[in-house]
Design a protein around this ligand. Structure first.
Ligand SMILES: [Zn+2]
Length: 455
């Protein structure tokens, strides 16, 4: 996509349109939702053979009566689900392997991939106008947090996330990077000492990173090695512990703003200046259900979230399931927005693993879960899990049984860890039929069992 002078303007206009809904009363939000869902359902019945089958006999029923759509179902029915008959899964996968996801598939579509948290990897396509909508949506948290107070200049940003091109954050950053938005991009898997050096040089006004990385950097600042003065700190993609917020206040005297998003609809929820998270209900119907599939009342934690996304037309998602736990709250918010308030987001829970440093006398080195994601997400498997214990690292793999591939994987992991300047422990690769599930019914992908009771 490269540097496109019109793109920032299009994104700015799109965001301006989106942000008007922040003043809507509740009744208007709901009217907008039912109108948008109706249009979406009509559209998929005309254009998607999959949805014609999936919703057969239910065409006149309310949204809540339609079947739940899982990522596995989306991927199994990919060719029939998309509304462009020229798009084939095999070709999209070949494109990703060939191009690494940098360019546009068929010169038209941005392709993103999600990791196999619940099994297999998901591929998601966006048309040009859908992508502008994504870019506009992703910058809404900055407006909500008051970062864009100065209309004449954007802040110097340091973005620390994944730099794998088909990863959501990397793709956003590739598209937006320009002289209009000065940014330093670092990979979350870089050793912390390197990040500290680069950040000290760059002196960002805004820091955007995963909570686990922000916590490491706050500790570096408190320890006196990092010297930056960001005016705002934004996080997303992981659970944000209260302790991290406290350390950030201590390190920089600023508060953090957290966003909850998924590749399929981002952001799902945004934190306002009052410290509450609001569901972005102007772009999707967001249902919070219990384990029996019933909508949960305010104050009760749900078991999963269903998304029906209005603007996704190439690859429509209706009642698409994400297995994160959130609790809807029956609270009005002083910020004036009438979007549903939620709390307690429990999603991907992964551990930052600590390894002894390769050099004698150095402190243990924290290794971000993305180090493992970058290697394992591209490995052909139906699911994986990395467990650290006293004996070293165990990698559990669902699916493949090929010994030669195991060796290649072991080597790739060894190199990735070596690049972190740690003493690489023994790595065991173990094929399994099923992964151990955590409390959220998801298999935590990177787990430390060091210093914990077994089980
Ligand atoms: Zn609010």
């Amino acid at each position: 996509m490269g540097l496109n002078l019109i793109l920032p303007l299009q994104v700015w206009m799109e965001r301006w349109v989106l942000e008007r809904s922040c003043r809507w009363p509740r009744a208007r939000i709901e009217a907008h939702q039912s109108r948008s869902v109706e249009q979406l359902r009509r559209f998929v019945l005309q254009r998607s053979p999959f949805y014609r089958r999936f919703h057969r006999g239910l065409e006149q029923r309310p949204l809540a009566d339609l079947p739940i759509l899982t990522k596995a179902t989306v991927m199994e029915n990919f060719d029939d689900l998309v509304t462009d008959r020229g798009v084939r899964l095999a070709e999209v996968e070949a494109f990703l392997d060939r191009d690494g996801g940098r360019g546009l598939f068929q010169d038209r579509y941005v392709v993103l991939s999600t990791s196999g948290t619940t099994g297999r990897r998901g591929l998601f396509l966006f048309s040009g106008s859908e992508w502008i909508n994504v870019l506009a949506s992703i910058s809404r948290p900055l407006y909500w947090a008051g970062v864009y107070r100065r209309p004449w200049g954007l802040p110097r940003v340091a973005l620390i996330a994944s730099t794998v091109p088909w990863h959501y954050s990397a793709r956003i950053s590739l598209t937006l990077s320009s002289r209009l938005l000065p940014q330093l991009r670092l990979d979350a898997v870089q050793p912390v000492a390197e990040m500290v050096t680069r950040l000290n040089e760059w002196q960002p006004e805004m820091l955007a990173a995963y909570p686990s990385v922000v916590l490491q950097l706050a500790e570096e600042q408190i320890a006196g090695r990092l010297h930056i003065r960001p005016g705002s700190v934004m996080t997303s993609a992981e659970v944000l512990p209260e302790e991290t917020r406290r350390r950030v206040r201590e390190a920089w005297g600023v508060r953090m703003f957290d966003t909850y998003g998924t590749t399929e609809y981002a952001p799902v929820a945004v934190e306002c200046i009052q410290g509450r998270k609001h569901l972005l209900e102007d772009g999707a119907v967001i249902e919070i259900l219990d384990d029996k599939g019933r909508a949960v009342p305010p104050g009760t934690a749900g078991d999963r979230i269903l998304l029906s996304v209005f603007r996704r037309r190439v690859q429509p998602l209706i009642r698409y399931e994400i297995s994160d736990m959130v609790r809807p709250l029956d609270e009005p918010c002083e910020c004036g927005r009438h979007f549903q308030v939620i709390d307690a987001i429990e999603g991907r829970t992964e551990d930052v693993l600590l390894f002894p440093a390769r050099l004698e006398g150095h402190a243990p080195v924290p290794v971000h879960p993305n180090v493992f994601h970058d290697v394992l997400d591209v490995f052909p498997t139906a699911g994986w899990q990395v467990v650290q214990d006293e004996s070293g690292l165990s990698v559990y793999l669902c699916g493949p049984r090929n010994i030669r591939e195991f060796e290649a994987l072991r080597l790739a992991l060894y190199r990735a860890l070596e690049a972190q300047n740690v003493q690489v422990p023994p790595i065991k690769i173990q094929p399994v039929d099923k992964l151990e599930r955590g409390a959220t019914a998801k298999a935590p992908l990177v787990v430390s069992r060091l210093g914990r009771a077994a089980g």
